[in-house]
Design a protein around this ligand. Structure first.
Ligand code: ZN
Length: 504
């Protein structure tokens, strides 16, 4: 289409408005990054005012009449696939912002800010009772907001789930999680009964921070994080921030257990590689981010677990790691290192969970969220139910609420429906792996230092599309079938069956 024909199109006007909104959003994202990494401690209250003003300006554009009129007029226009996707995302964002009356939304923002503080204090003091009343208020608000947005007959928890992973409602997730429960819980118990103890004491030791930093840079670069389009910083909890496909930032932190920081940097690099791979004509538009939360986790976990915990992954790079830590790893042979980083140990903390038990941590949260939202479970009952479920599925029981129900910040922030996407990501990754293995010999590519060919496959089939296609559509196109969690279970049982000598 010629320039002159573009003029006067509603979509062109819409694009200009969205570009302004996107610029404000980018500034907000940069502030979030800065607050977590470099900003001085005293800055927060004044910076928050700037953020508030930017956020209000963003909402004004998105909920304004101009965007509304353009979106309506776009319905009459002949739009390309990309334009249709942008209109779809703009409508979704606008509907979400318009659904909640501004006054209620402001009150909710204040509630959430308070609730995060109360949660942190309660966690420190191991005191669930101090957190329960405000958690109840957060849940009530979340349910009310979901009811504003629910389509006729739609369940409230389904509205929440839809925010994070389109097309995965309770019906679909019940199927998924009941499979995990049926297959993985007894499998884990067999591993626990096997009595096999994998030696991993050498992963905790004298791993100085500057050396861990060196290792982080080595591994991020090795998997394909492009330092000319990204930076690595240190923060309390590792995360990835993306401004556009020329600026994606990751953080890490350094732990006593070296594998925790090694694999966390590979994980965040996986998120970053996704964002860096988004096509140039999509970046800085509403479809210029990863397809969904779950698809994003599938990519970070693909690099971290499916690739990163294989022996072949380390063949080209393990010697370099040994050179960084000569005293700790110099005498540890590669197979011994790989065995140690694949040790299964059912723990209480989700963020420290191994690949096999991770899904069970999410299962506990899914079952409880469902009861909280759909069956009005009284919050007072959470600590005991949480502990019972951990005992049943993982075979261990938290001794206090800080290592139990208070460990995650998500509920304090009002994020209900978020957890399942973590487990879905692992399952998407396994399904994608089975399809890739039909086309390429992953172990050979890795051992020969050709990880770029694997990355290129993922870019070609997933990353470049951004939000143009949903996670389910991407899965179908790559694997030829709809989401099938059977692959995830097979992958885990085959891998860990071999490590622990257990028939699956
Ligand atoms: Zn992640």
């Amino acid at each position: 289409m010629k320039e002159t024909e573009n003029k006067g199109r509603a979509f062109t006007t819409l694009s200009e408005l969205l570009e302004r909104a996107s610029a404000l959003q980018t500034a907000l994202t940069l502030f979030e990054w800065d607050n977590e990494t470099l900003a001085p401690r005293e800055a927060s209250s004044l910076t928050a005012r700037t953020q508030g003003a930017l956020s209000a300006a963003y909402q004004e554009i998105m909920t304004g009449e101009e965007v509304g009129n353009c979106l309506k007029a776009c319905e009459e226009e002949n739009l390309s696939e990309k334009e249709q996707a942008i209109v779809r995302e703009a409508k979704k964002e606008r509907d979400e912002l318009c659904a909640i009356p501004p006054q209620e939304y402001r009150a909710y923002q204040e509630l959430i800010a308070r609730s995060a503080l109360v949660w942190a204090e309660a966690k420190k003091k191991q005191d669930f009772d101090a957190f329960a009343p405000i958690l109840k208020q957060v849940i009530d608000c979340q349910k009310r907001f979901a009811s504003y947005r629910a389509k006729k007959g739609q369940k409230l928890y389904d509205v929440m789930l839809d925010d994070y992973e389109k097309g995965f409602d309770m019906e679909k997730l019940d199927e998924f999680f009941s499979l995990l429960k049926r297959e993985l819980v007894p499998f884990l118990h067999n591993i626990q009964k096997s009595g096999i103890e994998i030696e991993d004491a050498f992963l905790t030791g004298d791993y100085p921070e500057d050396k861990q930093r060196e290792a982080a840079i080595l591994l991020a670069g090795y998997v394909g994080f492009d330092f000319s389009k990204g930076v690595l910083a240190v923060s309390e909890h590792p995360f990835t921030t993306n401004l556009h496909n020329r600026d994606v930032r990751i953080t890490t932190n350094f732990k006593e257990r070296v594998d925790s920081s090694l694999f966390s940097v590979i994980h965040e690099s996986g998120h970053a590689i996704y964002e860096l791979g988004i096509a140039d004509d999509l970046t800085q538009t509403l479809v210029g981010q990863g397809a969904s939360m779950g698809m994003h986790e599938s990519q970070s976990r693909f690099f971290e677990n499916i690739l990163g915990r294989r022996e072949s992954f380390w063949v080209p790079v393990y010697e370099k790691l040994q050179e960084i830590f000569p005293c700790e790893l110099g005498k540890i042979a590669l197979p011994q290192f790989v065995r140690a980083v694949n040790k299964v140990s059912a723990g209480l903390i989700r963020t420290e969970a191994d690949e096999l038990t991770y899904g069970l941590h999410v299962l506990v949260r899914y079952e409880l969220e469902k009861e909280l939202i759909e069956q009005d479970l009284p919050v007072e009952k959470l600590p005991a139910l949480w502990a019972d479920k951990y005992e049943e599925y993982l075979g261990i029981r938290p001794q206090n609420v800080s290592e139990g129900v208070l460990q995650d910040i998500h509920w304090a922030q009002g994020s209900f429906g978020y957890f399942p996407s973590y487990a879905l990501g692992s399952a998407f990754g396994a399904q994608i792996l089975f399809a890739m293995e039909k086309e390429m010999d992953i172990d050979r590519l890795l051992a020969e230092g050709r990880i770029c060919e694997i990355r290129e496959y993922l870019r070609e089939h997933i990353h470049r599309y951004g939000k143009l296609k949903s996670a389910r559509v991407l899965l179908k196109e790559i694997t030829g079938e709809d989401f099938n969690p059977g692959y995830y279970v097979s992958y885990l049982k085959e891998k860990y069956g071999k490590i622990y000598g257990i028939q699956s």
